[in-house]
Ligand binder design. Sequence first.
Ligand code: AMP
Length: 178
Amino acid sequence: MASKELIKKLEETIENFPDFPVPGIQFKDISPIFLDSKLYKHVIADLAAFSKGKVDAVCGIESRGYLFGIAIAVALEVPFILIRKAGKLPPPVASEKYDLEYGSAIIETREGQIKPGQRILIHDDLLATGGTTEAAAKLVEKQGANVSQFSFLIGLKDLKGHEKLRKFGAEIYNILEY
Ligand code: AMP
């Protein structure tokens, strides 16, 4: 969906840092996108076009999922819901525990912000193993809403996150794939 120009510009802008923060990780730094407001606008227009007319609310995953997620929701004129790490939101909250490589983590939303039956877009900056996004989708579903779409700026295909998300039967979109 994204134009060749947008893809090329993003490839030139996003910086890759091998072995950061730990050996073996190719860290993609998206922060240079925010130095170029025209490029940022194009990214939002592209991500919003993917979801236009297809979702009733956007859920963004802390913290880089907020950088684009809120702007997507504003462009679509639908609510934005923060999915936060445990302990940051006042009660009552809905929560979902998931496994990390070592140990586990919990993500939460304010109870009542996601409405039963809503079609939800889950957005994050980057899809790696898909562990966090899978937990976010379970958190949405346990509140009676439907995950209709996932969107990311970047998908790391070798880490097979897409496969983990397939079971939700939602559309998946990433502008760039590495
Ligand atoms: P995962 O749960 O493995 O899909 O991890 C996704 C989250 O970790 C995203 O929100 C990213 O912000 C961050 N992340 C994982 N891998 C990378 C990477 N190679 N470069 C930049 N951010 C990453």
